[in-house]
Ligand binder design. Structure first.
Ligand SMILES: [Ca+2]
Ligand SMILES: [Ca+2]
Length: 121
């Protein structure tokens, strides 16, 4: 997870390793993923709104709740996120670097990422 990759490369890298970019289904998974973090850094997660602005989805196509589009299911956005910060099109999901919760970030940014295996453990 230490390698710095843009979101799409991170997604492909996880697939190559036989898994997928992490999907966070509940608080326990969120906490477990956060424990993998070294310090306060952005880390790619397996969600984006690349395919439709404001239409946040996990890579398994399950929709992600936002304050402007509430859905059922877990979400953990940081305050005011997602925000397409300063008009930059932020379409990829990450842990926010310094504050609790998730952030939408520029997909071409290079961050570490978390893969999960799809096999039951
Ligand atoms: Ca966006
Ligand atoms: Ca943002």
């Amino acid at each position: 997870m230490g390698t710095l990759l843009n979101w799409e490369d991170a997604r492909k890298n996880c697939a190559k390793l036989g898994g997928q970019l992490a999907i966070i289904r509940n608080q326990a998974e969120n906490d477990a993923a956060l424990r993998l973090r070294v310090g306060n850094e952005y880390i790619w997660l397996g969600g984006s709104d690349k395919k439709g602005e404001g239409n946040w989805k996990w890579i398994n196509n399950v929709k992600i709740s936002t304050y402007f589009k509430p859905r059922s299911g877990y979400s953990n956005w940081g305050v005011g996120q997602p925000d397409n910060y300063q008009g930059i099109n932020q379409d990829c999901l990450t842990f926010w670097d310094s504050r609790p919760g998730w952030d939408d970030a520029d997909c071409s940014s290079k961050f570490p990422s978390i893969c999960e295996t799809t096999k039951p453990v």
